[in-house]
Write a protein that binds this ligand. Structure first.
Ligand code: FAD
Length: 473
């Protein structure tokens, strides 16, 4: 028998359900494949930095699997359609008896997997697993069997379910006997080149190390530090979770190992962090329940009638970090330069695009995706629909962030702002949030743009636009 593991968003050997199952039979020949689909990635706006992180992770994964006696072949074709053809042929050539894979819940990925299973039916048995979540989609439902639309009751039901479920981690496979064909190293992807940077070293060992250190030394301060972008107070594990070099079970089990009473101590930093992992689950469960979310549909239908502003120069000012609102600009420059952005800043900059510039949230969602190392359809869409007030359990449309007071509150001394906006180095702490006012008083000209909109005015226009849409457009 030949077992084939099809790796996708699960680039690790420990706690990998499909890989573990494929290795259960001691006599089976186990092969692994990864199929890069650059054209499809372009259609999905995958960030070149994320593709580079995938590539670097694959190199490490290939070596780790090699030590277990499992060859990993990396193949490249255009898109999902081509990958289906290639995989079907490959299964025939290698006389594969069982195909193992971990499910992806995005619509195109889900359809691709359905088609693969249809094509292989009768020849190759297919076994799939819910691996990228603590609990499978559909397993946390209301009394009437529906997906929760509000987060807090979802979380409460989720935790009840979690305590009844087996979410232990699975070990890496044992080394397998037999001669090993040595596969070629992963070919360079035909994709825009980018350097993933040094902040996120590739591979599961790097991810596990970061997880251990965070759970041991930092998570207790999570609630007081998580909203301050000048401090590294969050785990920075999102790029690893997004491509699956780390699993949520590993996160949860490590958290419990360091903080055994996490579920009882709801005011603790440990619980606060678990809460974020559950937001990740919430958005994935929602996406699986409402595939329209993958087709750029808002959750609240009437919000589709908002008359968005189609202004290229405002959009560019936002993308380039030149809006004249320092916190927004520093955030966008962090994103452009590193591929990562602090959560508080994602909320502020998303809100700014939608509620101050009145630009369609989907434009921002795409731009984030095209830059983020941790780009993840469910979390990104969830975050944008939250900020744009188009999502389920989103911020109500009439509650609009004031970028200046957000800045004063979460970056009081402007430490984060100064890091990314060296042109504001000389502005005093108290004035850094509105440097143009200070420059005016000092009769100075700053090498920094004036605000592209007036927040008070913009707020009124946005309220009017949402209200008109609500009345029927
Ligand atoms: P931590 O605070 O340490 O949280 C631990 C993990 O929980 C994260 O790694 C992440 O996997 C998950 N998580 C945390 N917050 C959220 C959240 N609000 N929603 C879903 N999952 C969460 N996260 C992504 O992983 N990919 C995205 O593409 C993405 N786009 C976003 C877009 C917007 C507009 C907003 C507001 C949020 C977005 N987020 C996204 C959620 C969040 O900002 C990041 O997960 C977080 O900043 C990652 O940093 P961290 O690993 O240090 O998080």
């Amino acid at each position: 028998t030949t077992h084939l593991v099809w790796l996708r968003n699960d680039l690790r050997i420990t706690d990998n359900k499909a890989l573990h199952a494929a290795c259960n039979e001691p006599d089976a020949r186990v092969l692994a494949v990864f199929i890069a689909t650059p054209q499809q990635w372009r259609r999905h706006d995958i960030a070149p930095r994320q593709a580079a992180l995938i590539h670097a992770s694959l190199k490490q994964l290939q070596q780790a699997l090699e030590q277990k006696g499992i060859p990993l072949y990396c193949h490249q074709c255009d898109d999902f359609a081509a990958s289906i053809d290639w995989l079907t042929d490959y299964c025939a050539k290698q006389q594969v008896t069982v195909l193992f894979y971990n499910r992806q819940y995005e619509l195109n990925e889900w359809r691709r997997d359905q088609q693969v299973e249809q094509r292989l039916a009768g020849r190759v048995r297919c076994q799939h697993f819910d691996d990228s979540l603590l609990l499978p989609p559909g397993s946390v439902q209301t009394g009437s069997g529906e997906m929760y639309k509000v987060y807090t009751p979802f979380r409460n039901a989720f935790i009840r379910r979690l305590t009844e479920s087996d979410v232990r981690c699975l070990p890496a496979p044992q080394p397998r006997a037999g001669a090993l064909p040595i596969p070629d190293a992963p070919p360079a992807f035909e994709y825009s080149h980018a350097d993933p940077g040094e902040d996120f070293p590739a591979g599961e060992q790097a991810a596990l190390q970061r997880l251990r250190a965070f759970c041991r030394q930092q998570v207790q301060d999570y609630l007081t530090q998580r909203d301050l972008p000048a401090i590294a107070g969050t785990s920075s594990l999102s790029p690893y979770l997004a491509i699956g070099t780390l699993s949520p079970r590993q996160c949860f089990n490590r958290l419990c190992a360091e903080h055994p009473s996490v579920l009882e101590e709801r005011e603790s930093g440990a619980f606060g962090w678990l809460n974020e992992l559950i937001w990740r689950e919430f958005y994935r469960h929602l996406m699986a329940a409402y595939p329209a979310l993958c087709r750029h549909r808002p959750f609240i239908a009437w919000t589709d009638k908002v008359r968005w502003r189609n202004d290229e120069s405002l959009l560019q000012a936002w993308q380039r970090g030149k809006t004249g609102y320092p916190i927004v600009d520093a955030a966008m420059r962090q994103l452009n330069n590193t591929g990562w952005m602090h959560n508080r800043l994602r909320m502020i900059s998303a809100s700014f695009l939608v509620k101050d510039l009145l630009i369609d949230w989907r434009v921002g969602e795409r731009y984030f995706m095209s830059q983020l190392l941790d780009g993840d359809l469910a979390a990104n869409n969830g975050g944008w629909q939250w900020a744009a007030s188009t999502g389920t359990d989103a911020v109500p449309y009439f509650r609009i962030f004031n970028p200046t007071s957000q800045s004063e509150r979460f970056d009081p001394q402007g430490t984060f702002i100064r890091k990314w906006l060296p042109e504001l180095a000389d502005v005093p702490d108290n004035d850094i949030h509105q440097p143009h006012l200070w420059a005016q008083k000092q009769q100075l000209v700053l090498n920094y743009p004036l605000p592209v909109v007036d927040h008070r005015q913009a707020r009124l226009e946005t309220l009017a636009a949402f209200e008109a849409a609500k009345q029927g457009g």
